[in-house]
Design a protein around this ligand. Structure first.
Ligand code: HMG
Length: 417
């Protein structure tokens, strides 16, 4: 029997504070409906300098290990996907290993390619296990980021922060990946970037949306070609994309998932046998199907709407939201996942939800993690945003959490709660 490899369990970590997106709109003199209906946002996580990519990654990984009874001596690889690392050389993964006192026998490294870094890490871990090189050991892949565009920018309502830690193994209770079906599309574009030394991203917002949709089309078509060849999907009464129970997208803001879904449907409608017989306008109208969006996408966006963009972690936050709500109902069903990283690369892959998904998600307790957050005023949000990145506030971390306490002689010192 072919070896099953995929995600066994997950855990999330979020900054302790958030703003209500309508408060942000009012403060900027914008109709709140632009941010709620136009972008699909409700709340936005606000990370202070003590909550960097290391502390959030360590908190999520610690939670993953504790809540799932992971034996660290059975973990042979620790990867952190991030585009907001804290050092040009020292890996976030090394910090996490040290803070969690993990064994010295594991391979540790970071993966970076904008929001795609986490998926790069997941695929490295999955293929390492599937190849047999892991010799039965598991991997931990943590996606951790702070999305930051700055005050009074167009990107401001699409900020956020947090981390999702994934346990990858031969016991994929959450999601068994369809190894070998992945479709990829990459291009050299300047849609979103962050030159060295800058805290805020530079973005060509509307162009970034078109790059995402273009790369999605290539990645999805690549996956579909292999999935058709392996008879995982077929041209028939329904479109290939409609044969996936749910589709998760990279979610820089929730409305993007809707645009992405329309684009994916358009690929199917254009390529379907006889598809070119209809007019482009008719295909575009059919691609926008509200019913399809509601059935395949909407239920995954609950956490994203409350946290905002988390770069590498965004799609995995959608996975957490989906399985938190529908883990039991989706057991045995195939879902599609589209990861996008600016610059750019997109990868479309699929997997089958495991029988243990609901049980594993109960351990993740995502509602409890979000319920502990504090809503802050616009004044407090702006104060936090103006804090220097190397001057963390002296706050005590909650039990099981980590915070940057100080930077001394260029060394980052973290406090554990
Ligand atoms: P904007 O230009 O201020 O907004 O910035 P807009 O004018 O495009 O309006 C946004 C939506 O609100 C539109 O909906 C409007 O119609 C609607 P759409 O037409 O697109 O469906 N709207 C309203 N709706 C209801 N009531 C109203 C109203 N007014 C307007 N009164 C933008 C939007 C997303 C460009 C900006 O926030 C931005 O630059 N964000 C950052 C970039 C980004 O998120 N790009 C996404 C694709 S790239 C990506 O995902 C990679 C990334 O995660 C980074 C990485 O890979 O590392 C970003």
């Amino acid at each position: 029997m072919k070896k099953q490899v995929g995600i066994e369990a997950l855990a999330i970590a979020v900054p302790r504070r958030y703003v209500d997106i309508e408060d942000l709109a009012r403060a900027r003199g914008v109709d709140p409906a632009k941010f709620t209906a136009g972008l699909g946002a409700k709340e936005m996580a606000v990370a202070d300098p003590g909550e960097d990519s290391v502390s959030l990654a360590a908190t999520a990984a610690h939670r993953l290990i504790q809540r799932n009874g992971v034996d660290p001596s059975r973990v042979g690889m620790l990867v952190v996907g991030t585009e907001t690392g804290v050092d040009h050389s020292k890996a976030v993964a090394s910090h996490v290993q040290g803070l969690l006192k993990l064994p010295r026998t594991m391979r540790t490294f970071d993966t970076q390619h904008a929001c795609y870094g986490g998926t790069a890490g997941l695929m490295a871990a999955t293929e390492w296990i599937a190849s047999g090189a892991a010799a039965g050991r598991s991997a931990i892949v943590v996606c951790s980021d702070i999305a930051r565009y700055g005050l009074n920018t167009a990107g401001e309502p699409t900020q956020g922060g947090g981390a999702v830690a994934l346990l990858v193994s031969e016991q994929p209770d959450l999601l068994a990946l369809d190894i070998g079906l992945n479709g990829v599309c990459s291009m050299d574009v300047y849609d979103f970037w962050r030159p060295l030394g800058r805290r805020e991203a530079v973005v060509d917002g509307h162009y970034s949306i078109s790059c995402y949709l273009d790369a999605l089309s290539g990645a999805y078509r690549g996956w579909r070609e292999r999935a058709l060849a392996h008879e995982v999907v077929r041209w028939g009464d329904s479109l290939p994309g409609e044969q996936l129970a749910r589709i998760l997208y990279h979610v820089p803001f929730c409305k993007m998932a809707r645009k992405a879904h329309t684009q994916l449907r358009l690929c199917d409608l254009e390529d379907a046998p006889g598809g070119q017989d209809s007019t482009p306008a008719a295909r575009e109208e059919a691609a926008k199907s509200q019913a399809s969006y509601e059935a395949q996408v909407a239920s995954s966006l609950g956490l994203n709407a409350r946290i905002g963009n988390v770069y590498t972690a965004s799609m995995y936050l959608a996975l957490a939201g989906l399985l938190h709500g529908e883990g039991a109902a989706l057991a045995g069903k195939r879902v599609g996942l589209l990861s996008y990283g600016s610059g750019c690369v997109a990868e479309f892959y699929s997997g089958v939800v495991g029988e243990g998904a609901a049980r594993r998600m109960a351990q993740a307790d995502v509602e409890e993690v979000l319920a502990k957050r504090e809503r802050v005023s616009m004044e407090e949000y702006e104060r936090i945003m103006r804090l220097a990145s190397d001057a963390p506030e002296p706050l005590t971390p909650a039990p099981g959490e980590f915070r940057l306490a100080e930077i001394r002689d260029h060394r980052r010192i973290y406090a554990a709660g």
